[in-house]
Design a protein around this ligand. Structure first.
Ligand code: SF4
Length: 380
């Protein structure tokens, strides 16, 4: 059975019907359950759970401390390219949203410069990103970028177009250990409406990509939905089903979740289903209680004060000092097109200080790797 077939067993009509009928008693039962079921998760995501946010927050904090202690991992994105052949309505890199800024793909020397700049800040974990343009950034180019990044960092992940298992394997042999790939929305009609043309339009190929990555040897998988594209209570439920599906099938890999919320979009696009702060808090709490062992990532898309409030509610990794344009660290004034505007513009040192003052330990290195993966031969 594929995940897509499993997803079809939970149609939106069934989920919405549950949301309208769930009672506070079922929320209380979900809160006190041990290993929570999809039915428990529906209760925690439902409007009936709103009076229980404080109790959910306490339980989420307890679960997170039990699994992760007081650690918060820090990472940074490196944009390798802003060239893209897809047309996603919400993205500045889209073919139709092109402004006057430069489109570029970093050379190996420029990638090295970006890595050097971030390594000086103390980072040991990075995420390499490209648009969806195989002609500008083919798998061999991304593999070369992984090799360069592994000279500087202990952990290298990519957030690029969906690949075949063979392509993911190629990246693994060049030092890759993580793949982040958001489905954007699990609601297929909305997905097709938002992704009008280009390779990304293939819903099913994207949906199965994380399993292909795991089968190729990728140790860390990252899933998420783009909050604002569809009804958050429905998409968050489908996302959680996907994460648990991956946990049971890809048991060699860790399944992490991210919570990218659409904010600074191209002027012609308004998110059709805006997600409020309180919605986002409920979603993160419910997902933490359903997936206690999953790392939760929070990017600089969110404002500093909100990121600070979310930290004790289940977040275990944060980006810091981020740039969303190619060359943005070594050449910060370059006129290259950025993907989106970040809201948390604090320096890395400021974020580190905040984490410490909150009673947490900022972690730069991925220690898991020492236990689970040998350094690829060609890198020794
Ligand atoms: S979301 Fe990705 S694939 Fe879509 S336009 Fe932006 S960079 Fe390209």
């Amino acid at each position: 059975m594929t995940f897509e077939a499993y997803l079809n067993e939970w149609p939106e009509t069934l989920i919405q019907e549950q949301y309208t009928t769930l009672s506070e008693r079922q929320v209380e039962a979900a809160l006190s359950a041990d290993r929570r079921t999809p039915e428990n998760l529906l209760a925690l995501l439902s409007p009936a759970a709103l009076p229980f946010l404080e109790a959910m927050a306490q339980e989420a904090n307890k679960q997170t401390r039990r699994q992760f202690g007081r650690t918060v991992s820090l990472y940074a994105p490196i944009y390798l390219s802003n060239v893209c052949g897809s047309n996603c309505l919400y993205c500045s890199f889209s073919t139709v949203n092109a402004g006057k800024e430069t489109r570029t793909t970093l050379t190996p020397t420029q990638i090295e410069d970006e890595c050097r700049t971030l390594a000086k800040e103390g980072f040991s974990s990075v995420l390499l990103l490209t648009g969806d343009a195989v002609h500008a950034a083919p798998p061999e180019y991304i593999a070369q970028a992984c090799t360069i990044a592994r000279r500087w960092f202990s952990s290298v992940a990519v957030e690029v177009y969906s690949m075949t298992q063979e392509e993911y394997h190629l990246l693994c042999t060049h030092g890759l250990d993580g793949v982040t790939l958001y489905q954007e929305t699990y609601h297929k009609p909305t997905y097709l409406d938002m992704h009008r043309s280009g390779r990304k339009r293939d819903f099913s190929f994207r949906l199965e990509a994380l399993e292909r990555a795991a089968n190729a040897g990728v140790r860390r998988l990252g899933a998420g939905v783009l909050l604002g594209l569809y009804k958050w209570r429905v998409d968050a439920f489908w996302l959680a089903l996907h994460a648990r599906w991956l946990q049971t099938r890809c048991w060699n890999s860790t399944i992490a979740l991210s919570f990218p919320r659409l904010k600074h979009t191209p002027s012609a696009f308004n998110p059709p289903f805006p997600v409020s702060d309180i919605n986002m808090v409920q979603m993160i709490l419910a997902l933490r209680l359903f997936l206690p062992e999953s790392p939760f990532y929070l990017s600089t898309r969110e404002a500093p004060s909100f990121r600070d409030k979310l930290l004790p509610l289940g977040i275990t990794a944060m980006s810091a000092g981020s740039s969303t344009r190619p060359g943005g660290y070594a050449a910060p004034t370059s006129p290259t097109l950025e993907q989106f505007q970040i809201e948390d513009v604090r320096t890395v040192a400021e974020i580190k200080t905040f984490i410490e003052k909150s009673g947490y330990d900022p972690v730069w290195k991925d220690y898991d790797q020492a236990f689970t993966e040998a350094v690829p031969k060609q890198l020794q």
